[in-house]
Design a protein around this ligand. Structure first.
Ligand code: 5GP
Length: 190
């Protein structure tokens, strides 16, 4: 099968980006899908690298012109979405698209791409472990941690049964190996 996509989704704190970056480093035929967003660039972020940056007005016009595969207002006033042109750009090279996207977006993409897609939900071993990881990181207040934990718990409930594979990120090396197995299996499938 050509024109494949691999979708990685996770509630916050599950270690998704670490696993996605590891997998991208192993397979040159995989290419990360750069999303469009209306949020402002953070730090060193550049247009066309981490995201394609647009104003909210530009983003709304692009929605009206039906330029997105999917889009979502992830935070009030902040739009995120996958451009049809991005999908075409990557497939034109014969590459498989990798999405790193929130749980809702992942479910939407799986519905859109069907059998062309393999969707992987990455989870912390339990809500308690997730809480401990966020506490250990020391970057959030107690209140912020409780909010993130509550959001993660409701996302996990929403996600149940909606992904092709659930990868529990307990030990990182084990999670890398499991992700490699699944991705290689999908890439070699006819
Ligand atoms: P951040 O602003 O921290 O980079 O991303 C915020 C959230 O937007 C993350 O949960 C990320 O997964 C989600 N996101 C990034 N790109 C897309 C996209 O193309 N579509 C959707 N639905 N969500 C996205």
């Amino acid at each position: 099968m050509s024109n494949k996509v691999i979708i990685f989704s996770a509630p916050s704190g599950a270690g998704k980006s670490t696993i996605v970056n590891h997998i991208l480093g192993l397979h040159p035929e995989l290419e990360f899908s750069i999303s469009a967003t209306s949020r402002a660039p953070r730090g060193q972020e550049q247009h066309g690298v981490e995201y394609y940056f647009f104003t909210a007005e530009e983003f709304r016009q692009m929605i009206a012109q039906d330029m997105f595969v999917e889009h979502e207002e992830v935070y009030p006033g902040s739009f995120y979405g996958t451009l049809k042109s991005e999908v075409e750009r990557i497939w034109a090279k014969g590459h498989t698209i990798v999405f790193d996207i929130d749980v809702q977006g992942g479910v939407n993409l799986k519905r859109i791409f069907g059998d062309q897609a393999f969707s992987i939900l990455i989870q912390a071993p339990s809500v308690e472990v997730l809480r401990q990881r966020l506490v250990g990181r020391g970057t959030d207040t107690e209140e912020a941690i409780e909010k993130r934990v509550a959001k993660a718990a409701s996302e996990m409930e929403f996600a149940a049964g909606k992904f092709d594979h659930v990868l529990v990120n307990d030990d990182l090396q084990t999670a890398f190996a499991e992700a490699e197995d699944i991705v290689s299996g999908f890439l070699t499938k006819a």
